[in-house]
Design a protein around this ligand. Structure first.
Ligand SMILES: Cc1ncc(COP(=O)(O)O)c(C=O)c1O
Length: 417
């Protein structure tokens, strides 16, 4: 197939008009104009069948899980554990016990920083992150290093926003305990070569956590093939309800780690003198979990699987290529993040206008784009900008919406001239 044929095939690989009907929020108007939702890296919109499933569960099936001996609770527990199986197979592990439900990526990373840190990180040890991480994958490691007398090392990136792997290799040594990097950068869109990063860390005897907040909704994953030790994700970025997410971990690690949060449901036995802990994953799920949200997550996974992650990736790539071309044609627009391997995220700055003003003016045209540092201030510092405007796409976005974005950006540049 020729290049143009390949692009055309990718463009039509998703029946976007049909798909958009699955998302009730998308049919509304903002300021009299059709809503163009381009803040999917922050959070994604909800699928009708997820909304319906949660409603049905809450209306007819809701009960606590893992505790009640009555029928309703048994059924709710079965449904809850069924979602654990779905998440496991979605991420690529045959063992559902390797999946811990959390409130999202932030909590997942904090869990590893606390539990892994307590067990394995000692004074003089080192943790490696990168310069293009979300604060959720930066601050917990800073806190851990401060508390344990360890040192935080940082992989730099080049001007395209790609990690410099030679520098990474130089940082790895026998003191490195853990490498924590994102699969996809939320501020730049860079897809990191995580398989290589993991292999190199393992060669040096270090463990690896991958922050998958921006990858899980957009590409097919296989944690067993990647061989990562931990993989964190958020439900609300993958068309599921907010308040739920998860953490994959290798069983050999879960087995030896202590709990992060303690209380009900994570125990084997409690006396006033001593508590023994439950086996994983319950050991890491203290308290009543976000039951209905977990059920919604399962439905969102079914939906994504039915569309197919490979198709989603190809279609979103065609959006990225289209949007990149359009923005590159506009004088006065500078793209921040031009990695060769990118997810469908366009971060940019205008010579004349601050990203906050750009965001406000785009809103006048019904376009929802994020303006800010995207919880990635070290990335902004690296690129010498206080903030960017970010258009982050989903398979429910249309190529025509990017035409509208480009048109609106042109108007803003004219206005500020
Ligand atoms: C790369 C990355 N990591 C972590 C997070 C934090 O995710 P959450 O707020 O769902 O915990 C985000 C959210 O934007 C992100 O983009």
């Amino acid at each position: 197939m020729s290049d143009s044929n390949t692009v055309a095939a990718a463009k039509t690989s998703i029946e976007v008009d049909k798909i958009r009907k699955d998302f009730p929020v998308l049919s509304q108007k903002i300021k009299g104009k059709p809503l163009i939702y381009l803040d999917n890296a922050a959070t994604t919109q909800k699928v009708k069948r997820v909304i319906d499933r949660v409603h049905q569960f809450d209306s007819e099936e809701y009960a606590t899980v893992r505790r009640g001996a009555y029928r309703l609770s048994e059924r709710a527990t079965a449904a809850y554990e069924d979602v654990r199986k779905k998440v496991a197979s979605f991420l690529g592990t045959p063992d559902p016990k390797e999946i811990v439900f959390t409130s999202g990526t932030t909590q997942s990373i904090n869990l590893v920083a606390y539990s892994f840190g307590k067990r394995f990180v000692n004074p003089g040890d080192e943790i490696i992150i990168s310069t293009i991480e979300h604060h959720a994958n930066t601050v917990p490691w800073q806190v851990l290093c401060e508390e344990r007398g360890a040192k935080l090392q940082v992989i730099p990136c080049n001007d395209d926003g790609e990690l410099i792997l030679e520098e990474y290799e130089r940082l790895l040594n026998d003191k490195t305990r853990l490498v924590a990097v994102n699969h996809v950068s939320n501020a730049l869109g860079t897809i990191n070569p995580v398989k290589e990063i993991i292999r190199k860390a393992h060669d040096a005897g270090a463990r690896v956590l991958i922050d998958g907040a921006q990858s899980t909704p957009h590409m097919k994953l296989d944690v067993r093939d990647l061989d990562c030790d931990f993989y964190a994700f958020s439900g609300h970025k993958m068309y599921a309800p907010s308040g739920v997410g998860g953490l994959y971990g290798k069983m050999e690690l879960w087995d030896v780690l202590g709990p992060y949060v303690t209380g009900g449901d994570m125990i084997r036995q409690v006396t006033l003198e001593k508590t023994t802990y439950a086996n994983p994953p319950a050991r890491f799920e203290a308290g009543t979990p976000p039951i209905s949200q977990v059920i919604g997550l399962g439905e969102a996974i079914d939906y994504l699987n039915e569309i197919g992650l490979d198709r989603i990736f190809e279609y979103e790539k065609s959006l990225l290529e289209h949007g990149t071309r359009l923005l590159q044609e506009i004088e006065g627009v500078r793209l921040i993040g031009t990695a060769k391997h990118k997810a469908a995220i366009l971060s940019f700055v205008l010579d004349e206008a601050h990203p906050h003003d750009v965001g406000t003016m785009l809103d006048q045209d019904g376009i929802a784009c994020r303006g800010g540092h995207h919880c990635a201030q070290p990335t902004m510092i690296r690129f010498g900008v206080p903030a960017t405007t970010r258009a982050s796409m989903s398979f429910y976005n249309k190529h025509e919406e990017l035409d509208e974005l480009a048109e609106s950006v042109r108007k803003i540049i004219q206005f500020f001239k």
